[in-house]
Design a binder for this molecule. Structure first.
Ligand code: HEM
Length: 273
């Protein structure tokens, strides 16, 4: 077939190079709604889109953690900065679900059975990287060996915040040995000495490596909190005070989760600068 030189190639022996890279055929056939309700498709796809963003964020924060371990601040800051752009995209994807009425949500809610985002393993890995570890969060995944193994590995690896504190210690900051040698599979508990270290960092040169790292992490923390808050508000609109499909008290449970601080001392230190 002769085409004008401006025309893209049409002729491929097998699948297109685009397909080989993107696997769009796989991706666009993963949507299997449980009802005929026309509004269910966007609920399902938004959830899948968020899972993909969670996957990217885990990748970025693992990259940042690894780079910090190697004292490569530049690579860590690049990954953290990219993750803030990705978090903004993630948060913008609430829009199609942010205006559901209870009646609209009811049209497919029952079909979800006990299914809930609470069972998202990738979100759990994301929380683990932020320092919010919990062995009990592995329990729902006992029946899925690959997912369980990945989550178990993440539970026992230092979180991004653990790597940050080790980095600060190597930079000469006074981080207590009890924090540096903590059992990394436990939830991170805020420490007054770490708070004091951040307060010192914030009182000094804003261009110092530790100060730039602190601000990059604060941006991440704020955007994670925004995701949680947008989720809470969307849930309140869609189902009010009903119990969740995952078995929690619903909005009341999410309210408590939303008040949790990400990288707590980065926030509390601000009161001491
Ligand atoms: C309007 C739609 C939504 C409603 C009404 C809703 C409702 C809820 C509720 C009530 C919970 C608490 C656990 C339970 O009992 O089920 C929950 C947890 C959760 N949902 Fe949603 N959700 C919605 C959309 C989404 C979407 C699109 C995602 C994206 C993956 C998502 C991810 C999560 C996650 C990760 C948790 C666990 C949070 C934590 O552990 O702190 N939700 N959701």
């Amino acid at each position: 077939m002769t085409e004008s030189p401006e025309t893209p190639n049409l002729d491929f022996a097998g699948t297109t190079p685009y397909e080989d890279y993107v696997q769009a055929d796989v991706l666009t056939h993963l949507q299997k709604p449980f009802t005929d309700d026309p509004g269910e498709m966007v609920f399902l796809v938004t959830t899948q889109v968020m899972e993909l963003w969670f996957t990217v964020l885990v990748h970025e924060w693992e990259t940042a953690a690894r780079a910090l371990r190697e004292d490569d601040l530049r690579t860590a800051l690049d990954a953290l900065r990219r993750s803030t752009y990705e978090l903004r995209s993630l948060n913008a994807s609430w829009e199609p679900l942010a205006h559901l009425t209870p009646a609209q949500f009811n049209s497919y809610r029952a079909a979800l059975g006990e299914g809930s985002g609470f069972q998202s393993a990738m979100y759990r890995r994301l929380e683990f990287l932020l320092g919010d570890k919990s062995a009990s969060m592995l329990v729902p995944h006992r029946g899925a060996p690959r997912v369980h193994d990945e989550l178990e590995k993440a539970l026992h690896e230092p979180s991004l915040y653990d790597e940050v504190l080790h980095y600060l210690s190597r930079q000469g900051e006074d981080i207590p040995a009890a924090v540096l040698n903590r059992d990394v599979s436990d939830r991170y508990e805020p420490s007054p000495q770490v708070e004091a270290a951040w307060a010192r960092i914030y009182s000094g040169d804003p261009e110092a490596p530790a100060a730039r790292l602190g601000e990059a992490l604060t941006e991440v923390a704020e955007l994670v909190w925004r995701w949680r808050n947008d989720h809470l508000v969307a849930t309140r609109r869609a189902m009010g005070s009903k119990v969740g499909t995952g078995g929690s008290a619903g909005v009341a449970w999410l309210e408590k989760r939303t008040t949790k601080s990400v990288f707590p001392e980065l926030w509390s230190a601000r009161g001491h600068v």
